[in-house]
Write a protein that binds this ligand. Structure first.
Ligand code: RIB
Ligand code: CA
Length: 308
């Protein structure tokens, strides 16, 4: 089945899996990547923005503009994952610096302007904390009706979190932003740990890239190094690349509509993404990925990046 071509904006907190997601979005033949927007998350905004520019240049996409966004969450201090992504956000990967600068307007304003200029045409793919989108919706409440589709890497709906016992990083980092996006009324698909933890790149596949020279293969090799060599993990979880793949091919996941709530307060469960029990009133209707065709995603990932 031929995939529908999409025009997409990708919001990132570049980090190691974001880097692979950027390369995948650039390489995917049916994704017209209009622009990238950056947010603080895995590391501070200056690093996520610097990394985004570096990765785009490295994969030959220096024509794609980058708009810088929010430097901290809406209602709490910045919480980073530098212990996973390294203090630079790319695990120390030796990727040349970019000489490019970000665009003049902010990411939230760009998201609004782009959606107004192309009503009903754009797919928004968000793979970091949702701060930029929450601010954009606060500025333009009509935004959900101007955006064709929203795909979010975030949440842990039927499993424990990866940051706290109950919360996945992107949602834990800014629970208020996530709750505001949830309530805004986007046609959204949430791609959470329930499926992204099954979308993995194995050590043997990474080892096979040792002598790779193609830029996309080198991004995967360099961005994966810390996970495999420093943390000695058996697999690299492709959280953000799966969200990009789901934007290109929604059939990769089964994502039924659920009634969802997001905890924004409390001492222990902030950032928890909750699927309400049937029959109860609370919760916002949205699509949540429950299962993934992991082998077919793996083929999409390796074939699109030329790794196979
Ligand atoms: O929980 C995984 C998510 O948190 C990914 O987007 C990763 O880049 C980090 O931001
Ligand atoms: Ca991310």
């Amino acid at each position: 089945m031929a995939l529908e071509a999409i025009r997409a904006i990708l919001d990132v907190d570049t980090g190691v899996d974001d880097a692979m997601a950027i390369a995948l979005a650039v390489a995917a033949p049916t994704i017209d990547l209009v622009a990238l927007t950056t947010v603080a998350g895995n590391v501070e905004l200056e690093h996520t923005t610097r990394n985004t520019l570096r990765v785009l240049d490295f994969v030959g996409a220096s024509h794609i503009p980058v708009y810088q966004g929010m430097s901290r969450p809406i209602d709490r201090p910045l919480f980073t994952a530098s212990h996973i992504h390294g203090s630079d956000g790319l695990g120390g990967a030796d990727i040349p610096e970019s000489s490019r600068s970000v665009e003049a307007i902010s990411a939230p304003q760009f998201l609004i302007d782009a959606a107004r200029q192309s009503p009903g045409e754009l797919t928004f793919i968000f793979v970091g904390p949702l701060t930029n989108l929450a601010v954009a919706v606060a500025l333009e409440p009509e935004l959900p009706r101007l955006v064709k589709r929203l795909v979010i890497m975030g949440g842990a709906f039927r499993m424990p979190g990866n940051t706290t016992a109950t919360a996945e990083f992107n949602i834990f980092a800014d629970p208020m932003a996530a709750a505001q996006v949830l309530a805004a009324g986007f046609d959204a698909t949430w791609v959470g740990l329930d499926v992204t933890t099954k979308a993995v790149f194995a050590r043997a596949q990474w080892d096979a890239l040792e002598t790779a020279t193609a830029p996309n293969a080198q991004i995967v090799r360099k961005a994966g190094a810390q996970m495999f060599l420093t943390f000695n993990r058996p697999v690299f979880q492709l959280h953000d690349p799966l969200a990009v793949a789901v934007a290109a091919d929604p059939t990769l996941v089964d994502a039924p509509e659920e009634a969802v709530m997001i905890e924004t307060g409390g001492d222990y469960a902030a950032g928890q993404t909750i699927i309400q029990r049937p029959g109860r009133e609370e919760g916002w209707a949205t699509k949540v990925a429950k299962t993934v065709d992991a082998p077919r995603f793996g083929t999409f990932f390796t074939a699109t990046l030329g790794l196979s």
